[in-house]
Design a protein around this ligand. Structure first.
Ligand code: ADP
Ligand code: ZN
Length: 736
């Protein structure tokens, strides 16, 4: 590789003392002796820790403060390219920013399935020749999995998990020859991508944009560009040119997508553009493929990775470009475990690796919009759709004028519009951002609403799954026959619409039409969802009923009408970002209409057509909206103009966390020193999840305040009991 590829790192002789950072264990660099054959700085190693063996990285020279006779030896050096200095800085800075222990941060960077396996464990399982005629159902399932994915290699655990059987079932099949056990081949490099394989002829706008991005990438310095363009303007085509330049420079590129369901369409486009498929990294890829991706990224055998947010922690050798597609998408914020925002971490990683970042979106996050306005990011705008497609017309349906029974949600005006599309063999999309059948199940005798046993949340009826589901903890139970509170029979009734109920209504209203539901609950696998999306794109549906899932980037050429069932839904609640989210979501959903020759229309059902957010959505005055929103946030001193951190204390004992919270709020000296203020403690909006009570505090500070350092000093004053969990969320996206 040309350019910034890094030379060999320092080598330690056998017996020299090195400092190893263990992944996910003790949060300290520990001294070990270099093993037989020595090791390099950055090497991935296996070390003994108490009775356990764990994976770690040779982080620095040993401290040498221990009696050398007592220092244990590294067990072995794992088969992986040593971690580069810029990756170590990235993890260190990311840990400081998110207030995450280093060992937890390192765990994100060592999530290679089988990284710690001994070579002997690397067996793979394939379909054998000796398949008997009669098989038990469990054995049948194993063979079916292997038949479904003939080109993939599976480990024992993987094939057993996918078939839902114990490993012994697979072993049994191996014994009779129905399954073949073989040594895993060495992971192979991905096919070469050719940057000049088949570029499209770009429109003048697109071409100017592509040139700007190409020269930014060629400069080989850090920089960020906000690529803003209406849906269908060709943002993807334009940033693929930046990828081409990066590949031509001999550097690696990463494209982050917010939704696994989008990857397959994107991979096809990459193949058309560069002649081969890139590496993939997300939860929908097999472990063997993930291990291959991780290894090859480290060795330089993968030029381009398409992945989910965790791909940021892959061991790139020479990263030249990160694209964050749909950068405003809230799923980039990891809300579990290590709380990080992949968009911000992409910028951090790029700044350390002298890489360029492209943030692509039709509706930027306010943060990115402000950064571009202030000149921190370069800005690139595509104002019109590619080819004959034009932006859809947006209109409100004032629900106060519509005659509609209380258990119906499709207004006569919207229904007429759908019928006229059906007559012309065009598609309509009805959007509702609620999974399941009905959000509330109410007892008509006593007024009881069925809630989750472990959370402060209602159970949502899912008829497709035939269960009640808690959207907080995922717990499910069957619909009870009698009211759990008053035991009345036949009195439980659904209240309010979910996507499934809307499907029922649409089927009744549009007799004979093909109505299809697109909601994440309805698919057992990413593959099933992909097939459904492809069949809709091919025209095998008249009316599509969809949740948030449909808002993201799919291309349905025959879709000319979008109906938003409840445009007011996101405007309720006190969330700082409610207006921003509604604006983005409505524009994204509306953008699904009219992507080909026929112009599209978007109808927004609303009870408040004069609400400022609804007005700016309809008028399309985007800059006006962002400017107003920015002014409001600036006046309130909230992000991106001020800094915020959310503190959540949780415990099974509610008193304990209120007491601790109150003590923390009283002893706020370290925060006051930097001019920060604590609000709370107060019960969190969802006051109980999975049986744990939750108390929230909010810390606000000026933009320039050294907030993280102050938070560390502040929390260090308190002894947190083992029964309490303390989570700190820097730049919280939501306040649940
Ligand atoms: P966006 O990412 O902005 O939504 P896309 O890049 O997906 O837009 O482009 C929308 C559609 O238009 C795609 O089907 C794409 O292949 C097509 N398209 C865009 N630009 C061109 C071009 N210059 N030549 C041919 N097709 C194009
Ligand atoms: Zn629950």
């Amino acid at each position: 590789m040309k350019g910034r590829s890094v030379g060999e790192q320092r080598y330690f002789q056998q017996g020299e003392i090195v400092g190893v950072l263990p992944a996910g264990a003790l949060d300290r660099v520990l001294d070990y002796k270099a093993p037989e054959g020595g090791c390099r700085l950055g090497a991935f190693v296996e070390v003994p820790l108490g009775p356990r063996k764990i994976v770690g990285v040779v982080w620095k020279e040993g401290a040498g403060t221990w009696d050398p006779a007592k220092v244990r030896s590294i067990k072995r050096v794992l088969e992986a390219t040593p971690m580069q200095p810029n990756m170590r800085s990235f993890l260190t800075r990311a840990a400081e920013y998110t207030l995450t222990p280093m060992s937890a941060m390192l765990r994100l960077a060592t999530r290679a399935p089988g990284l710690g396996d001994t070579p002997a464990m690397r067996k793979i399982y394939r379909l054998g020749a000796n398949v008997p005629d009669r098989l038990t159902p469990t054995r049948e399932r194993v063979l079916q999995v292997l038949k479904d994915y003939p080109s993939l290699s599976f480990s024992l655990k993987e094939v057993a998990d996918m078939a839902g059987v114990t490993p012994s079932v697979v072993k049994g099949l191996a014994k009779m020859g129905a399954v073949v056990e073989a040594d895993a081949p060495r992971d192979t490099a991905y096919p070469k991508l050719d940057p000049s394989y088949a570029g499209k002829t770009l429109s003048p706008d697109q071409d100017a944009g592509a040139r700007q991005l190409r020269s930014a990438v060629a400069a080989g310095r850090y920089g960020t560009t906000l690529l803003k363009g209406v849906t269908g303007s060709g943002k993807t085509e334009v940033y693929l040119e930046a990828v081409a330049e990066c590949l031509a420079q001999g550097r690696q590129a990463l494209v982050l997508l917010p939704e696994i369901a989008l990857t397959s369409e994107f991979l096809t486009r990459v193949e058309a553009r560069f002649g081969a498929r890139p590496a993939e990294w997300h939860s929908g890829v097999t472990m063997a493929e993930r291990r291959r991706a991780w290894k090859m990224v480290g060795e330089g055998g993968a030029q381009l990775v398409v992945g989910a947010r965790s791909a940021l922690f892959l061991p790139f050798q020479n990263l030249g470009l990160i694209v964050v597609d749909e950068e405003h998408d809230t799923s980039y914020k990891q809300e579990d475990g290590v709380l990080y925002n992949a968009r911000d971490m992409a910028v951090l990683r790029a700044s350390i690796s002298a890489a360029h970042v492209v943030l692509a979106t039709a509706t930027p996050s306010l943060e990115s919009w402000v950064n571009a306005e202030q000149g921190k990011y370069a800005k690139l705008e595509l104002k019109s759709r590619f080819g004959p497609a034009v932006m859809p017309q947006m209109r409100a349906v004032d629900m106060r004028d519509q005659d509609l029974p209380s258990d119906r949600w499709i207004s006569p005006a919207l229904a007429d519009a759908v019928r006229s599309r059906i007559e012309k063999s065009e598609q309509s999309l009805l959007f509702i951002n609620r999974r399941g059948y009905a959000p509330i199940t109410l007892c008509r005798a006593c007024g009881h609403q069925i809630g989750c046993d472990d959370c402060d949340a209602r159970m949502v009826e899912h008829r497709f799954l035939k269960r009640l589901v808690c959207h907080q903890c995922g717990e499910t139970k069957p619909m009870p026959a009698v009211c759990p509170s008053c035991e009345a029979e036949d009195k439980l009734a659904p209240v309010g619409p979910g996507v499934e109920r809307l499907t029922e209504e649409a089927e009744a209203l549009f007799e004979g039409a093909r109505v299809v539901t697109l909601s994440s609950d309805h698919f057992g696998s990413a593959r099933a969802m992909k097939e459904q999306i492809e069949s809709i794109a091919a025209g095998d549906a008249d009316v599509i009923i969809g949740t948030q899932l449909v808002a993201k980037g799919h291309n349905f050429p025959k879709l000319t009408l979008v109906g938003v069932i409840d445009a007011d839904l996101g405007l309720q609640g006190s969330d700082l970002r409610a207006a921003e989210r509604t604006f983005q979501l409505m524009r994204q959903v509306a953008g699904r209409a009219g992507r080909a020759e026929v112009a599209g229309t978007a109808l927004l059902q609303t009870y408040q057509p004069d609400h400022p957010v609804i007005r700016s959505i309809l008028s399309g005055d985007e800059d006006g909206f962002w400017a107003a929103e920015a002014a409001e946030r600036e006046a309130a001193g909230v992000p991106p103009y001020g800094r915020m951190a959310g503190i959540i204390l949780s415990s099974e004992n509610v008193q304990e966390i209120f007491d601790l919270g109150a003590a923390m709020a009283r002893n706020d000296g370290p925060l006051r020193q930097v001019g920060a203020t604590v609000y709370g403690p107060a019960p969190a909006p969802i006051a109980r999840i999975r049986g744990r009570h939750r108390v929230r505090m909010l810390v606000k500070a000026d933009k320039t305040a050294p907030l993280q350092a102050a938070l560390s000093r502040w929390t260090a004053q308190f002894k947190i009991p083992n029964s309490v969990r303390l989570a700190i969320d820097i730049d919280p996206q939501s306040f649940f």
